[in-house]
Design a protein around this ligand. Structure first.
Ligand code: SF4
Length: 197
């Protein structure tokens, strides 16, 4: 969706249209509306700052290509090249510090690769099921937790950690690897289809 929504009524109209689509059958409208209300209250005064929505990116890092999808990018007020990346989550459970750092810092690298004219200054996790969004502000080269939250800042080494994992996967792919003896570990593993007996 690329329309700039300027009223809550329009947001509800879009909700009603989307709710009729087959993919959204079974979605609880009341819960969805609660999330939309939170979204509206937090964003109604910031719509003019919006720069982009639903941006795919691919960024080369350490010899690999990492891909991602960014929900929203806003221009920081009073600037013409500093941006905020916003990721929306509708549930109440939060990603842990490692997952949070990996995701948000990869997004920052991705958008700066695709749009080198912009510099990421703020990374935000909009958890619509929680009282406040989590924001991380660039300060002295690090993304520190913003607002009154005492949450730790983002781990600047996390993208390097992803590259190391990618290298291990590439090496295993090339040389093969032994299946784990603990079959319970396979339950959620995305390689289940490829590494079977
Ligand atoms: S399915 Fe995943 S966890 Fe199980 S053996 Fe394969 S790679 Fe290992």
């Amino acid at each position: 969706m690329s329309e700039k929504i300027t009223t809550k009524e329009r947001l509800y109209e879009i909700r009603d249209t989307v709710a009729k689509e087959p993919d959204f059958r079974g979605v609880d409208i009341e819960t969805a509306t609660e999330a939309l209300d939170v979204f509206w209250e937090r964003n109604k005064n910031r719509i003019a700052n919006n720069l982009m929505v639903e941006q795919r990116f691919a960024v080369p890092l350490g010899g690999f290509t990492f891909k991602g999808f960014i929900d929203r990018v806003d221009l920081m007020p009073g600037t013409n090249n500093e941006i905020e990346i916003i990721d929306y989550k509708t549930g109440k459970s939060e990603p842990g510090p490692d997952a949070r750092s990996k995701q948000l810092l990869l997004y920052a690298r991705g958008i700066e690769h695709v749009y080198p004219q912009y510099k990421v200054k703020r990374l935000t996790l909009e958890q619509l099921g929680l009282p406040n969004p989590r924001t991380f502000e660039l300060n002295g080269g690090k993304f520190e937790s913003g607002g009154s939250s005492r949450m730790e800042g983002l781990d600047g080494n996390s993208v390097d950690g992803m590259i190391e994992i990618a290298k291990k996967i590439a090496r295993d792919y090339e040389h093969g690897f032994e299946r784990t003896k603990d079959e319970k570990a396979c339950g959620e593993c995305g390689y289940g289809l490829y590494c079977g007996d």
